[in-house]
Design a protein around this ligand. Structure first.
Ligand SMILES: Nc1nc2c(ncn2[C@@H]2O[C@H](COP(=O)(O)OP(=O)(O)OP(=O)(O)O)[C@@H](O)[C@H]2O)c(=O)[nH]1
Ligand SMILES: [Mg+2]
Length: 285
């Protein structure tokens, strides 16, 4: 049997979390079209007759901002690259490779483990991928270069075959049915944060953090969840709540729908928006 830790690394928005979910076969990580969606190094476990792969999703490497959260996210990527067995370097041919790509490549070249370069979004038409050529000449000493589509689940079998080829022999790390290492509370916070990211415009999501404060069982099939949505500015708080609380209601409905569908329970979700300019300092990954 084979087993090992495989880190998904790459800049923001290339599709690392989409790929994690596709490889595990279940929605473990949240996905949005906005940069810096992933904040925690979520693990997703793939069980296979050949062995077990523990995929580690990382935050997108991001150089544009010098704020505290971005620094922590970048530090987390570096940390996750230690003590692992393999890296999948995910790239996106729709966007021009910037300084982030150079930085990631410098980091990867120093690693003592095999690398697979996965050029994602192969489902898109050629005119949507003007930087495909730039991606296909990347050389970080990788063992293989593959074009895949995480969204359409194309060529993922080839990717998994290659991973098993390169993984060391070993015993499984997690029991058979476990698909993630995330706690239920963390998962709830992530789902709520995803819904906020999807509803709100542009920069606002980055100033938001969700904290589940209470989970209370209500009878046999009911549950009441209280969560605080932290933001850094009074102005943002107004936007999250919306006219006549319309935005926060909508976000609550979106989140409730997904959580109910996943847990088969009736849910009462109570969201409170609070301001704390210092939450990024309190944030632990
Ligand atoms: N067309 C296409 N879109 C994709 C594919 N994979 C991901 N996407 C889209 O790309 C966007 C970003 O996807 P994520 O999976 O959140 O990207 P990420 O790399 O995890 O981003 P961060 O967590 O911010 O670092 C979403 O809108 C996805 O739907 C793909 O194979 N094809
Ligand atoms: Mg992500």
């Amino acid at each position: 049997m084979k087993s090992g830790f495989v880190v998904l690394a790459g800049r923001s928005n290339v599709g690392k979390s989409t790929l994690l979910n596709a490889l595990v076969g279940s929605k473990v990580a949240i996905v949005t079209p906005k940069a810096q969606t992933t904040r925690r190094p979520v693990r997703g476990i793939k069980h296979d007759a050949r062995g077990q792969i523990v995929f580690v999703d990382t935050p997108g490497f991001f150089l544009g901002k010098k704020d505290e959260l971005s620094q922590k996210l970048n530090a987390s990527v570096r940390e996750q690259l230690e003590g692992i067995d393999l890296v999948i370097y995910v790239t996106d041919p729709t966007r021009e490779p910037g300084p982030e790509e150079d930085d990631i490549q410098r980091m990867l070249r120093k690693l003592p483990v095999p690398i697979i370069l996965a050029i994602n979004k192969s489902d898109l038409a050629p005119d949507r991928k003007p930087f495909l050529m730039n991606m296909s000449v990347i050389d970080v000493g990788q063992k293989a270069t593959l074009e895949i589509s995480a969204l359409r689940k194309q060529d993922l079998n080839t990717l998994v075959d290659k991973i098993f080829e390169l993984l060391p022999e070993g015993e499984p790390f997690y029991p058979d049915l476990q698909l993630t290492d995330m706690s239920h509370k963390d998962w709830l916070e992530e789902v709520i944060r995803e819904k906020i990211f999807l509803r709100l415009d542009e920069e606002l999501p980055y100033s938001i953090h969700v904290e589940v404060t209470d989970i209370e069982e209500r009878g046999k099939n009911g549950r009441r969840i209280s969560a605080t949505v932290w933001t850094t500015d009074e102005r943002y708080k107004k936007m999250i709540i919306g006219e006549g609380a319309s935005m926060i209601k909508q976000i609550g409905m979106d989140a409730r729908q997904e959580i109910e569908a996943a847990s088969d329970m009736k849910l009462y979700l109570e969201l409170t928006v609070k301001v704390d300019p210092k939450w990024p300092q309190r944030f632990h990954i």
